[in-house]
Design a protein around this ligand. Structure first.
Ligand code: A2P
Length: 348
């Protein structure tokens, strides 16, 4: 990304027709990201399709190695295979890539960034910045406020993950399967491996035969350690797909180094950026995916002592965050904003 005194960038969105791609466009528009040019790319299937952007319509083009000429910033959300194949071409053409796939996340030279947690990691990027796994972002962003004042040494995470994490086709499958179920019709699922309507199942990523953890659980555990910069963090995750459209929920129990009270945690969460306290015991009102959908903030509540730890070091809580926004598109655009701010600081 070359310094730009006019403060505007030529941006490519790769995977613009997907569930995250649509939200990337919305975030760029709503946050008034300074655009000199915006190019939309997807597969050959979508070439010529028109997508709304800022009151106009932009044509989608087929992604090729030549798509990045003149591009300053490429936001990728088209799956790991597309990122592995095309992100190096984007970097070679001079673009900075913010990649939403898992292709580069655990690469030691690639920063894995949640701007509320580790923006300083951006300083060492070499062209590619990875956007973390959606469940990892939603689980650990609220916990950072606690970790930085009283180190979390162990956490147990259970996720309740929405259809959107498996893409637009999975959201459509949830809708169609539910309609078929209510109408008493047979439905053959094509996107997800199990019946989705009125059901839930262990996350649809493959299981590591040695550990017994699925791919999603492994991502959450490894990425949490990398983003916190704490390789000693002890963590176990259970990831489950639930029939919800677009916001993930997460149950977390964590153990700190020193004793901590629910009141302290509530205070820390209330002041933390990117999160919102929803913890109304009197009305039994706590974070729900329905309320989190469309919101930038991660909702956090059910803050209570973990009574299985008599030392007073452990807390349980429950969060919900929009998988497509903070879990994906919003975090990527926030990374781009940080890059631009740093570049402008360096240029001034
Ligand atoms: P397309 O709509 O043309 O298939 P989702 O995560 O919602 O499934 O979206 C995936 C996104 O990635 C879509 O925009 C999809 O485009 C895009 N995509 C998938 N395969 C490729 C590819 N080989 N090259 C470019 N874009 C791709």
């Amino acid at each position: 990304m070359s310094p730009s005194p006019s403060r505007s960038l030529a941006v490519a969105v790769v995977g613009a027709t997907g569930a995250v791609g649509v939200e990337l466009l919305r975030c760029l528009d709503q946050r008034r990201f300074p655009l000199k040019l915006l190019k939309l790319y997807a597969s050959a299937r979508s070439a010529g399709r028109r997508m709304p952007f800022a009151g106009r319509e932009l044509a989608v083009q087929e992604l090729t190695e030549k798509s990045f000429t003149g591009i300053d910033l490429a936001l990728f959300s088209a799956g790991g295979e597309t990122s592995r194949r095309f992100a190096p071409a984007a970097v070679a053409a001079g673009a900075v890539v913010v990649d939403n796939s898992s292709a580069f996340r655990m690469d030691a030279i690639v920063p894995l960034v949640v701007p509320e947690i580790n923006p300083e990691a951006l300083r060492t990027h070499r062209g590619i910045i990875a956007n973390p796994n959606c469940s990892a972002i939603i689980a650990i962003t609220p916990l950072w406020a606690i970790h930085r004042v009283n180190r979390i040494r162990r956490m147990i995470i259970s996720t309740y993950q929405a259809a959107s994490g498996a893409g637009a086709a999975a959201m459509t499958e949830l809708e169609e399967a539910t309609r078929a179920h209510l109408e008493g019709r047979e439905f053959q699922q094509k996107v997800l491996p199990h019946p989705y309507a009125f059901n839930l199942f262990s996350h649809n990523s493959s299981i590591d035969p040695e550990t017994g953890y699925n791919g999603e659980e492994t991502k959450v555990m490894q990425e949490a350690r990398k983003i916190f910069g704490d390789p000693e963090l002890r963590i176990s995750a259970t990831c489950v797909r639930v029939p919800v459209f677009r916001a993930h929920a997460v149950s977390v129990s964590f153990e700190c180094e020193r004793p901590i009270t629910p009141a302290e945690v509530r205070e820390l969460i209330a002041q933390a950026p990117g999160v919102k306290l929803v913890d109304d015991r009197a009305r039994n009102l706590f974070p729900m995916p329905r309320d989190a959908s469309g919101q930038d903030d991660i909702l956090v509540g059910r803050i209570r002592p973990d009574l299985s730890d008599p030392t007073g070091r452990s807390i349980s809580l429950f969060s919900a965050g929009d998988q497509l926004l903070k879990g994906a598109a919003l975090n990527a655009v926030q990374i781009a904003e940080q890059l631009l701010a740093a570049e402008l600081r360096a240029a001034s």
